[in-house]
Write a protein that binds this ligand. Structure first.
Ligand code: UD1
Ligand code: UDP
Length: 361
């Protein structure tokens, strides 16, 4: 079996590390990094910490408009697929790198497999929502993190090749959770005590690219009674400076560069709560039982809201302030995102499908 995995952005390195580990046991993996994320703290650090092999191909497609970035990825991925002749293209999540891989795979005679299939925000203004829908509809194998995602796909008429495997990010978290306290010195480095700070991340286009939204988030976070630690995505740094909000942010919060996975998980595990618009962080907060305030009006990770660990407040200053004031008592909830063996199941499904190919293909 030859699997060609396509990754390009921070959360994809974390997801792919889990499956890549399994694939090395069962077959050959060709790893393609599109280059969508290229700063050391958004890319290299994850390869080092999570022991991901050096990509066989780095396409060097850096930041650009959505259309041009996706088009340039398609143009660069196609010859690699022709050259390496894989049985399957393995895609993760909902970024432009995911969509580019789905388009190349669907135009070539190669199976397309999607990890994190069946998630929907039902907000078509999000570039990620379009990427998810199109990728799912171009995929032959769809690996879902939850049972509800299987139902979502069924409602869209997709039933063939759907497998509920559980969430690979849960596998990833379990692999580090027990020793992260020994491996990370971030609390000491930042002079923080467990339970006495708030962690914040913001990078979603609808929050960063609209000044009133970003300003409402900064001012809402400013109402926190605990110190706020804010590892800032470069996109957000850029917009905060453009809108004249940078000093207001650095004056109020502990603003730091994006962190590696181990330091970030250590902070998330020990924070009093997290305020975020990240998809992955909402889930990890739930796994670690850290209350989450989500700066969006909807989420794909609906189970985390249904059980009250996650509260949706949008980019609304008053709702952010209210959420930060609330004293929430939450109860442990059964995990709807699997048992930490998603990576192994995905590798097994790939192997089974490749050794018994669809006669119609
Ligand atoms: C992308 C994904 C988003 C995902 C996020 C993970 C899409 C449409 N968006 O968003 O779904 O949640 O990654 O973090 O695929 N930049 C740098 N250095 C880098 C990378 C980016 O400075 O290494 C800056 C550039 O100014 C760039 C901006 O960040 O224009 C946005 O980068 P991009 O990859 O387009 O989108 P993200 O916001 O990172
Ligand atoms: N993360 C990290 N360092 C940071 C912020 C996030 O390692 O400074 C990790 C986080 O633990 C999660 C993933 O990055 O596993 C989430 O990525 P991001 O928020 O960029 O993207 P999304 O999940 O929203 O697509």
């Amino acid at each position: 079996m030859r699997v060609c995995s396509i990754i390009g952005a921070r959360p994809q390195f974390i997801k792919a590390a889990v499956v890549s580990r399994e694939l090395r046991d069962v077959g050959e993996e060709v790893l393609i990094h599109t280059g969508q994320h290229y700063d050391k703290e958004l890319s290299d650090v994850f390869f080092e910490e999570l022991d991901i092999p050096t990509p066989d191909f780095n396409l060097g497609i850096e930041s650009d408009t959505h259309g041009r970035q996706t088009a340039r990825m398609i143009e660069a991925i196609e010859p690699v697929v022709e050259k390496t002749d894989p049985d399957v293209l393995l895609l993760y999540g909902d970024t432009n790198s995911t969509l580019a891989g789905a388009i190349v795979g669907s135009k070539c005679d190669v199976l397309v497999a999607h990890v994190e299939a069946g998630l929907r925000s039902y907000n078509r203004d999000m570039p990620e929502e379009i990427n998810r829908v199109l990728t799912d509809h171009a995929s032959d194998l769809l690996f879902t993190p939850s049972e509800s995602a299987v139902e979502t796909l069924r409602a869209e008429g997709i039933t063939d090749g759907v497998h509920w495997t559980g969430d690979v990010m849960y596998d990833s978290l379990l692999a580090v959770r027990d020793d992260v306290a020994d491996r990370s010195t971030i609390l000491t480095d930042l002079g923080l005590s467990a339970g006495e700070f708030i962690l914040a991340t913001v990078h979603r286009q609808e929050n960063t690219d609209q000044q009133p939204n970003l300003e409402a988030i900064v001012d809402g976070l400013g109402s926190a009674s605990l110190p706020v630690v804010f590892p800032v995505h470069p996109r957000t740094v850029d917009r905060l400076k453009t809108y004249g909000l940078w000093e207001r942010t650095t004056d109020r919060f502990e603003v730091i560069d994006p962190l590696g996975y181990l330091d970030f998980i250590r902070l998330l595990d020990t924070a009093a709560r997290v305020v975020t618009d990240s998809g992955g962080v909402q889930k990890e907060a739930f796994f670690l039982e850290t209350p989450c305030v989500t700066l969006r009006e909807e989420t794909e990770w609906i189970e985390t809201v249904d059980c009250d660990w996650n509260e949706l407040v949008g980019a609304d200053e008053a709702r952010i302030c209210d959420a930060l004031r609330e004293d929430r008592t939450l109860e442990a909830t059964p995990n709807p995102y699997g048992d930490g063996k998603a990576g192994r199941r995905i590798a097994e499904h790939l192997r089974a499908r490749i050794s018994a190919p669809d006669p119609e293909r």
